[in-house]
Write a protein that binds this ligand. Structure first.
Ligand SMILES: Cc1cc2nc3c(=O)[nH]c(=O)nc-3n(C[C@H](O)[C@H](O)[C@H](O)COP(=O)(O)OP(=O)(O)OC[C@H]3O[C@@H](n4cnc5c(N)ncnc54)[C@H](O)[C@@H]3O)c2cc1C
Length: 493
């Protein structure tokens, strides 16, 4: 008889692992706490609008292609490459910067603020490209079963990259650019990791190489949730069952193995092996009671910023917004270094605005705009009280309306606001942290919660808080890494 795998969580990591395991002959069942699949890659349909819940674009599209080749299925959705990538607006200035992938065009944008931009960027991308290709297979796409093995592998990375481990992203960009604008814009990649350029190691400037040169950014035709819809269709074809509104809260063990997981209704789910797509650190502590992962320990770890998200249906068309827009102030260093610990007010927040209705007419009624706003905020350790949610939302809308010369509040058709509290409760995100554990050097590779449980030898983990890290392509890589671990123990059937 084939082995049965129970996957806990239908996020991107869970769904892609389920399909990989099925390919290898496992029987697969998924249980999901939320009412529908996708995890953070979710969808909200309201008042005639279809909102992407979280992710609005992604890099490393080749990881999706590799996944569908692996399971030998045609890709059930289509990518749309972003070019320009996004625009950046600074407060107090009418000028916005459009970020093109074409360096010549990009240099033109910065002509009056950053001389010799093209040469500077070439140097940056050349260096970060070398770094990316030196670590891609050595470090990122690899399982490490011991810290010693990890350190030994790190030692094989060419020494020329070592200084990047000692500096932060901001300091590294200071070595290339002189203008505030260029430094701020190219340091935004740190926010994609849920952190700030002042506390993100300079090795992550390799994200600039990924976004500008290696692959770029992509949307999905018809909206990001098409990824999930496509995967669900394949689940159906493969007869993988998903049970919704089921939260795993307990377990039964038998000699270093889990014999059943128990859900919130007291039902038992038995399988030969278990793949946990819930946060890999939180689940170990909360459900299995592992001592190393109790709240007092987890609270000492570094977690990524929380999401404050708004989903707005707006009457009218907004000319002064592109599809992907950043709205920043002029106190970047002060703001970014204090936002983590809630030591700055959210009177004038920094935020990102996505307008999918610019390219996809199906997400809003005719003559309307669909707006997604994401403002990175302190996690619930530092700001547990969100009774000021309406005020924060209103601050953002007032600021945005002024800057784009369009009265958003006066034209609102529908509005939904989610704070880190709702994000935490919907998907079990620890302390409402949006992207899971941060990516400091002591929280990646063999130092990140492993994808194999320490105590139960039939329990595995996939997703943002295990290896290799956060973001959509990383969840897909994570599913590959955990599948390798499972096959090592169970073999191909
Ligand atoms: C606001 C926001 C914007 C983002 N934007 C981008 C972006 O533009 N590009 C990008 O690449 N990435 C982005 N990300 C990150 C990306 O969404 C995540 O890294 C990725 O979706 C994580 O997938 P996952 O499979 O690890 O986990 P999840 O999506 O969190 O899935 C885990 C699933 O497990 C379920 N679960 C948890 N506990 C239990 C339990 N006990 N029992 C049963 N089920 C359980 C949850 O409900 C959830 O469905 C964004 C994230 C957020 C929050």
């Amino acid at each position: 008889m084939n082995n049965t795998a129970l996957v806990v969580g239908a996020g991107l990591g869970g769904l892609t692992t389920a399909l990989r395991l099925k390919k290898h002959g496992f029987n697969v069942i998924i249980v999901e706490k939320y009412k529908q699949a996708g995890g953070r890659l979710n969808v909200l349909k309201k008042d005639g609008f279809t909102f992407d819940f979280g992710p609005s674009f992604f890099s490393m599209s080749y990881e999706f292609k590799e996944f569908f080749e692996y399971i030998q299925k045609p890709m059930p959705f289509r990518f749309v490459e972003l070019d320009p990538l996004y625009t950046v607006n600074f407060s107090g200035s009418n000028r916005s910067y459009t970020i093109y992938k074409d360096l010549h065009k990009l240099a033109e944008e910065f002509r009056d603020v950053e001389p010799a931009m093209e040469e500077k960027l070439e140097r940056l991308l050349e260096k970060t490209g070398r770094l990316y290709h030196d670590v891609e297979y050595r470090i990122i796409k690899r399982n490490f079963n011991s810290i010693l093995g990890y350190i030994a592998t790190l030692a094989t990375v060419p020494m020329q990259h070592a200084p990047l481990m000692l500096r932060n992203v901001w300091d590294e960009l200071n070595r290339y650019f002189t203008s505030y604008e260029a430094k701020v814009i190219f340091s935004l990649v740190a926010f994609f990791l849920g952190a700030t350029p002042f506390d993100t190691p300079a090795v992550y400037t390799l994200l600039s190489y990924i976004e500008m040169r290696h692959d770029g950014y992509y949307n999905v035709e018809g909206g990001m949730y098409q990824i999930v819809e496509g995967l669900l269709q394949l689940m159906k074809e493969e007869k993988i069952e998903i049970y919704y509104n089921i939260e795993i809260t307990g377990f039964e063990e038998n000699k270093s193995r889990i014999s059943a997981l128990i859900d919130n209704n007291g039902n038992k789910w038995s399988a030969d092996l278990y793949v946990i797509n819930s946060d890999a650190a939180w689940f170990r502590g909360k459900v299995f009671g592992h001592k190393r992962y109790q709240p007092e320990k987890l609270d000492k770890e570094k977690w990524t910023l929380g999401p404050f998200t708004m989903y707005l249906g707006v009457k009218g068309k907004i000319e002064k917004l592109a599809q992907h827009n950043y709205f920043l102030g002029t106190n970047f260093q002060d703001y970014a270094s204090r936002i983590f610990k809630n030591s700055i007010t959210l009177d004038k927040p920094y935020y990102y605005v996505n307008v999918p209705s610019k390219t996809n007419p199906n997400v809003a009624p005719e003559g309307h705009e669909n707006l997604f706003i994401l403002c990175p905020v302190p996690d619930l350790r530092y700001k547990p009280d969100w009774s000021d949610r309406e005020t924060v939302a209103s601050n953002i809308l007032r600021d945005l309306s002024e800057r784009i010369d369009f009265d958003i509040e006066g034209n609102l058709v529908t509005q939904t606001i989610l704070t880190p509290i709702e994000w935490q409760n919907a998907f079990n995100l620890y302390r409402g942290s949006g992207l899971g554990l941060a990516h400091d050097l002591n929280q990646i590779g063999a130092f990140r919660p492993r994808n194999v449980d320490e105590e139960y030898n039939n329990v595995f983990y996939v997703g943002a808080s295990t290896v290799p890290g956060t973001g959509l392509p990383m969840a897909v890589i994570s599913s590959k890494l955990v599948t390798q671990q499972i096959l090592k123990r169970y073999g191909t059937l």
